[in-house]
Ligand binder design. Structure first.
Ligand code: SF4
Length: 321
């Protein structure tokens, strides 16, 4: 028996990969039969957590600068951004199909007409299979869900909700401007519309214990969520968190702790949940720490290595009750 199939039970065959978790690349290859890549788009949105609608100042870790394109002062059209991304991924990664990823700030924060125009523009590009739309739990009104539900009848539609933690005391500390109840309500309103839901969480948040983040994972494991993005807390210059880090008022999670916790989370999550991300890094010019987070490949290798040594994989400890 190969090492990868040892332990209690075996890895789910439907993953059709050699990993110990169900990564996004494998999910899309299984669904579409080709390489699919996300094309990041900055469509010029802002954020209700920065302009006073939800709160001011933004989340304590947010640098508020937006994409490099926006910083350069020139924001090309959605079509131009898509064509540029397509050209790159076609040449360098032999990609066949694409998902337009509305990534920067809160991509449902606009009038319905404005949203429809931007989403329609993205879907009009050849080889774009669908959309992935990053937003906040408190910025998804019924009319937006109706719009996305309509797209989902003919396209592959993901909604990405930033949650970070299920614990209200942490959300308050982070100045997230929404609470757990708002998140749970939004998850309920998305269900049954054909829209795939991806939730973002952060490991190593100030004041959170390992048990706190595992509790977040256990709750998410029982919800109708199809994907997850996990990353470590990053301190950036010019943010509240960055100042706390620079003055030694907080310490960041170690690589070993992060890797161990991510493996614990993966074991708890259902085997069907698509793992969209396990690392992240900030802009190099304002990145403060933790230093180990810069080497994303090393972090991923450590996660793979730990799961292998444990002889476990995503979903091995999943309980739906
Ligand atoms: S919700 Fe996102 S864009 Fe808005 S302040 Fe928080 S991290 Fe920044």
């Amino acid at each position: 028996m190969s090492e990868i199939n040892q332990g209690v039970g075996s890895r789910p065959a439907f993953w059709n990969n050699s990993k110990r978790y169900y990564d996004l690349k494998s999910f899309w290859r299984n669904r579409f039969g080709c390489k699919v890549y996300k094309l990041p788009i900055d469509a010029g949105f802002t954020c209700p957590n920065r302009d006073g609608h939800a709160a001011t100042g933004g989340c304590i870790y947010c640098d508020g600068r937006g994409s490099k394109l926006r910083q350069a002062g020139l924001l090309p059209s959605v079509t131009e951004q898509i064509h540029k991304g397509m050209a790159y991924y076609t040449v360098h990664r032999q990609a066949g199909k694409f998902i337009a990823y509305f990534q920067t700030f809160t991509n449902t924060y606009g009038s319905l007409d404005q949203l429809k125009k931007l989403y329609d523009e993205a879907l009009a590009s050849p080889n774009v299979l669908g959309l992935s739309i990053g937003t906040r739990p408190d910025c998804v009104p019924a009319a937006v869900l109706d719009l996305l539900e309509n797209y989902a009848k003919t396209h592959h539609i993901w909604l990405e909700l930033g949650l970070q933690s299920i614990h209200d005391r942490t959300l308050t500390l982070l100045n997230r401007g929404h609470n757990r109840e708002t998140f749970l309500d939004t998850v309920g309103r998305i269900q049954g519309r054909g829209i795939l839901l991806c939730v973002h969480i952060i490991v190593g948040l100030p004041g959170e214990t390992r048990e706190d983040i595992l509790e977040t994972a256990r709750i998410l494991a029982r919800l109708p969520i199809q994907g997850i993005k996990i990353h470590s807390l990053l301190a950036l210059q010019g943010t509240v968190l960055g100042s706390l880090y620079e003055s030694d008022a907080i310490s960041m999670i170690s690589k070993e702790e992060y890797v161990t916790t991510v493996c614990d989370i993966l074991e708890i999550l259902p085997p069907e949940m698509v793992i969209q991300r396990l690392t992240a890094d900030g802009y190099k010019d304002i990145f403060l720490g933790p230093a180990w987070a810069v080497n994303k490949m090393d972090v991923l290798n450590n996660i793979d290595g730990k799961l292998k040594r444990r002889q476990t994989w995503q979903g091995i400890r999943y309980r739906n009750k």
